[in-house]
Design a protein around this ligand. Structure first.
Ligand code: BTN
Length: 264
């Protein structure tokens, strides 16, 4: 498809309850694809799995209004945002730092979580608008970082990873938005293959042993009991599903779930 790249139209707020909620309200009032809002802090930041997202001054909090190719392909944008975030962090930190996207869209540095993505469909339709929320711990002082409840990862910030040197938050935000819209343009022109390529380039867990836990697999909910399966993380497929190679050489595809890594 030949689509001209979309330019982000960015608005800044000192503080909001939640950038995703704010962008939803703005979309109700007519905001269109390409609108981005950035906030200095959030009073009711939200994470995945109904968790809150601690959002003091010093973090980057943004939401962008993008469009999925189809309703069933909303996860394309979630993986797109995860790949973008890992790419941006990789550019911002010294090369010696091990930056990785963790399926589907967490961003890790040295195996600690530095950022995450929360995507929400605005209204279900054939080509739905999706609110893509991205949070990144940039200059938050270590004593203000709340360990993520029920999350096996410890957390970090860009500043900590650079030996305590603060980042220019405006520059960091610009790099993330630039990469987001550049990958979005490739996605519009070339489809999900463009996202898969950048996602896999920024994943350091490929070929490693992982454990996947979820309720059922292959898209089916097999039982209410949590299933845990170990295997080698082969990559993501054309639908964005995680592909796991088990000990018997069989392949399983996961469309949702959580992965635990056996760290090197
Ligand atoms: C996660 O749990 O990993 C997802 C975190 C997503 C946080 C971002 S910050 C901008 C947007 N507003 C929110 O309240 N959440 C997302």
């Amino acid at each position: 498809m030949n689509v001209s790249p979309l330019n982000p139209r960015v608005s800044h707020f000192d503080q909001v309850d939640c950038t995703n909620t704010k962008l939803r309200e703005m979309t109700d009032l007519g905001a269109t694809e390409g609108v981005v809002i950035v906030a200095g802090s959030q009073t009711a930041g939200r994470g995945t799995d109904q968790r809150s997202w601690h959002s003091p001054v010093g973090g980057m909090y943004l939401s962008a209004l993008l469009r999925a190719r189809e309703l069933v392909r909303v996860t394309d944008l979630s993986l797109l945002a995860g790949a973008t975030l890992a790419e941006a962090v990789g550019v911002l930190l010294p090369k010696s730092k091990e930056v990785s996207v963790k399926w589907p869209n967490d961003c890790l540095v040295g195996w600690k979580k530095v950022g995450g993505v929360l995507c929400e469909v605005y209204k279900e339709s054939e080509h739905p608008l999706v609110i893509v929320g991205i949070g990144l711990n940039v200059n938050i002082p270590p004593e203000e970082l709340q360990p993520f409840e029920k999350n096996p990862f410890s957390v970090t910030t860009l500043m900590t990873e650079k030996g305590g040197e603060a980042f220019d938050l405006g520059h960091v935000t610009g790099v993330v938005i630039g990469k987001l819209f550049s990958l979005y343009a490739s996605y519009q022109q070339r489809g999900f293959g463009a996202v898969k390529q950048i996602w896999e380039q920024n994943c350091r867990l490929l070929g490693k042993k992982i454990e996947v836990s979820e309720l059922g697999w292959e898209g089916k909910q097999e039982s209410a009991k949590e299933q845990r399966v170990e295997g080698i993380f082969e990559g993501i497929d054309e639908e964005g599903a995680l592909v796991l190679l088990d000990e018997a050489g069989g392949r399983k595809r996961y469309y949702s779930g959580r992965i635990t890594c056996f760290w090197p």
